[in-house]
Design a protein around this ligand. Structure first.
Ligand SMILES: *Cc1c(COP(=O)(O)O)cnc(C)c1O
Length: 283
């Protein structure tokens, strides 16, 4: 792209835990194994959060039950990607029909007992704050060591939890910039309302591209991803490309330097590339 960026390699924290999922689950690592017996969560069948929770549960000896909307027969009979790995870690997959999905989840959430942990979709929970604060502290230390007084920190948003808590814990001189990858600007602001307290700063939303269905193959994303790969870093194919395309558009306006948080998710590329091949995009 010919533009200058710093990249924080959070993807390299641990091969099992996808960058920001490690940050969001951080406080759960410290929970005593014996105090709990089961983790319950829900979301997409190829979710990065799902795989990270599966590793966490396996490490802790907790049962992991994960709810998804009904999945295609093909995926059920031959699971691929993150789903296959999570099942190998003994995750119990439960399917619920679309029409009653969210009401069923709400019932499950209300019914959890003391030795069960309920994690909302994508780890969008106040419990995520602690780990994201550690990330913010690392960024502050890096700024300090390199005499950087102000900068932009970029990270794409699914639930927006990572961007929101980064904005909360980084100083005013830092602009946290993000783009919605799930839904649009409105969806992201609604998500933030659930976790945001009065007076805390919010990330800036970069949204020049039109709303895009989550994880839908798009030749522009594939090309951006390939060009990043050529420049030497392998990113995820769902979140990163949209963020990078927006950074290209808004680069001139951003506070410099720009620090991109690599939030991992590379394990999801296998099933995402399959989708591109299936649709014949970018052959
Ligand atoms: C989950 C994920 C995100 C989104 O994180 P949120 O905190 O839900 O906004 C971004 N990038 C990658 C690679 C992810 O796996």
């Amino acid at each position: 792209m010919g533009l200058d960026f710093f990249v924080k390699r959070d993807d390299l924290i641990d091969p099992r835990f996808s960058g920001n999922k490690f940050r969001k689950l951080y406080s759960l690592f410290k929970f005593n194994s014996n105090d709990y017996s089961k983790v319950i969560s829900y979301g997409g069948a190829q979710s990065n959060a799902m795989l990270s929770i599966a590793y966490l549960a396996a490490m802790k000896g907790w049962e992991f039950v994960y709810y998804v909307k009904k999945i295609p027969k093909r995926l059920e009979s031959s699971p691929s990607g993150n789903l296959r790995r999570a099942l190998e870690l003994n995750m119990k997959l439960r399917q619920i029909p679309h029409s009653i999905f969210y009401e069923s989840i709400e019932k499950i959430r209300r019914g959890i007992s003391e030795d069960e942990i309920f994690i909302p979709q994508g780890g969008a929970d106040p419990v995520a704050a602690e780990g994201v604060k550690v990330l913010a502290d690392e960024i502050k230390e890096w700024m300090c060591c390199n005499s950087i007084e102000s900068l932009s920190v970029a990270t794409p948003s699914g639930t927006g939890t990572t961007a929101l808590f980064l904005a909360k814990y980084l100083p005013e001189s830092v602009d946290v910039v993000t783009t919605p990858v799930v839904g649009d600007e409105e969806t992201l602001r609604l998500q933030w309302q659930k976790l945001h307290s009065e007076g805390e700063s919010l990330p800036k939303i970069l949204a020049s591209l039109k709303k895009h269905p989550f994880a839908k193959p798009d030749i522009r994303f594939l090309e951006a991803w390939r060009s990043l790969k050529r420049s030497g870093i392998l990113f995820d194919l769902i979140y990163a490309p949209k963020m990078w395309l927006e950074l290209e558009v808004f680069y001139e306006e951003l506070k410099k330097p720009v620090l991109y948080i690599h939030s991992g998710g590379v394990s999801g590329n296998e099933s995402q590339l399959q989708k591109y091949r299936f649709k014949g995009i970018g052959e």
